[in-house]
Structure formats: structure tokens, C-alpha cells
Ligand binder design. Structure first.
Ligand SMILES: [Cu+2]
Length: 155
């Protein structure tokens, strides 16, 4: 049995889904940068995400034309040992922010198909669990860069 009311609900759900597949309008990225390591080593990408919306949103990962694979990781230290674990999603609370920074959450960029040098800008498309996306330009910085506030890299 198929009720008309159910069909209407389903159509509404589809429309909502389509709207969510667009830009993450309420999320703003700042301090977006990549720590470039020599050779073809994976690079960490860091960014501050601010959510001006009334609903929490969750970062699930990112994609890029430059890197074949991007994963969401978290670094942690236990007993003096540093390790990285995979993260399914990082929540950005309503009217709050989430920070990806060295020694914490980061996007791990792997298998670059082009050489990324300090000073380059690399666009990553941030993906959220509701299907929305946010294209963000990341500034490549040298391996010894500590955080986005450190702009005295001298290159
Ligand atoms: Cu990592």
C-alpha cells in the first residue's frame, strides 16, 4: 500500500537532500594551511571551522585534485608515544567551532600528483556528513611551521 501522504513526504525529503548537497553556507573556514613535508610524505592540513548555523554539522573528510587520498585523523599522545587514529567525523557545534591543528585533528593528504611547495595554495573541498561541501584554499607552509599564527617562515 502506498499512501499519497507518504509520497509527498518522500518528495520533500528528496528536495531537502538536494539542498544539503550544496554549499555548507553556515560554515566558514579560516587559518587553512598545509604542512608540506619533503618527498612524497603525507602532509597534514589544518583549518579552523566556524559554524554560524543553528544546527551542528560534522566534517567527514575532504577531497582534492592534487591528492589522491585524504583522510581525517587525530593525533594524540599517550605515555609519551604519539599516534594517529582515523576519525569518522568531527562535529562543529552550532554557533561554535572546531579546530584542526598540529598534535590534534588534521586532514592527512596522501599521494600528491604534483609537487606542492611552501607558498603554494591548494584547494581542498571539505565534505560534511549532511552531504554539503565547502571549497577552501589552503596555504602550503614549510615543515617547520607550527601554526597558522607563525608567519615568520622566512622563505
Ligand atoms: Cu594523520
Amino acid at each position: 500500500m502506498k499512501s499519497p501522504a507518504l509520497s509527498i513526504l518522500f518528495a520533500g525529503w528528496l528536495l531537502t537532500g538536494a539542498a544539503h548537497a550544496g554549499a555548507a553556507d553556515h560554515v566558514h573556514a579560516s587559518h587553512a594551511w598545509i604542512r608540506v613535508l619533503p618527498g612524497n610524505l603525507p602532509a597534514g592540513a589544518y583549518v579552523t571551522l566556524r559554524n554560524d548555523g543553528d544546527q551542528a554539522i560534522a566534517l567527514s573528510g575532504a577531497s582534492s585534485t592534487v591528492y589522491a587520498d585524504v583522510m581525517l585523523h587525530r593525533s594524540s599522545t599517550a605515555g609519551g608515544m604519539s599516534r594517529m587514529t582515523m576519525v569518522d567525523a568531527l562535529s562543529v557545534p552550532a554557533h561554535g567551532e572546531a579546530v584542526l591543528a598540529p598534535a590534534g585533528y588534521h586532514l592527512m593528504l596522501m599521494q600528491a600528483n604534483a609537487t606542492v611547495k611552501p607558498g603554494d595554495t591548494v584547494r581542498l573541498t571539505l565534505n560534511f556528513t549532511d552531504g554539503s561541501r565547502l571549497a577552501t584554499d589552503f596555504l602550503a607552509r614549510p615543515a617547520n611551521a607550527m601554526d597558522a599564527g607563525d608567519d615568520h617562515s622566512g622563505h
